[in-house]
Design a binder for this molecule. Structure first.
Ligand SMILES: [Zn+2]
Ligand SMILES: [Zn+2]
Length: 195
């Protein structure tokens, strides 16, 4: 199978999830394929070796998921919400990481590659599938600063919050003078009781 066939096959997968196809899904798929090449991994993976830190959610993340096998469900995809169509792939075995983002000229390159496209959106949708990696994407070796070993943690570990009593998985509790607490009770609140 050529790379173009593989891209088409993955896009079939994202279409099933979305009932539509859009340029960001293509970018996610292309970034996942690039990760396989650069990190020399068999993707989509059936284990948990590769971690993907996606920098936005939405269609893009599903493209990454289909091409890599990294997912929230497998705890191999994390959202680091910076509102960017970018992703850092971490090979947890070799502790090597690569961040991938769109190349600055990707939109223009797509338009140039698809001169007969009826609009920019369609030019991107089709162009992103055929542009070479160098025209579509930027990538660099990086070091993941997040405590990813804690993020991965040990499956099956649980604690109970000393305040609300709810169960906390994966070492997400924080230690305080009041004992082990969930993040909400420790003050990292994302909700409060309605009036
Ligand atoms: Zn979309
Ligand atoms: Zn609590």
């Amino acid at each position: 199978m050529t790379e173009e066939d593989i891209i088409k096959q993955y896009l079939q997968g994202t279409m099933v999830l979305h009932r539509h196809l859009c340029p960001r899904q293509v970018l996610g798929v292309r970034m996942g394929l690039l990760a396989a090449k650069l990190l020399q991994l068999q993707l989509p993976q059936s284990d948990k070796r590769l971690l993907a830190f996606v920098e936005t959610d939405g269609c893009f993340a599903d493209g990454v998921m289909v091409a890599t096998g990294c997912s929230m469900g497998h705890r191999t995809m994390r959202l680091v919400d910076q509102g960017k169509v970018a992703v850092t792939f971490l090979d947890t075995k070799l502790e090597r990481a690569i961040r991938v983002a769109p190349a600055a000229g990707a939109r223009a390159a797509a338009a140039a590659a698809m001169p007969d496209a009826p609009n920019r959106w369609k030019a991107q949708l089709d162009g992103y599938q055929v542009l070479p990696d160098e025209k579509l994407l930027n990538w660099q070796d990086v070091r993941v600063e997040l405590d990813w070993k804690r993020i991965v943690a040990r499956p099956g570990v649980r604690a109970n919050c000393g305040q609300c009593g709810e169960e906390i998985l994966n070492l997400r509790e924080v230690e305080s003078e009041r004992g082990s607490l969930c993040r909400q009770c420790a003050g990292e609140r994302y909700w409060s009781a309605a009036e």
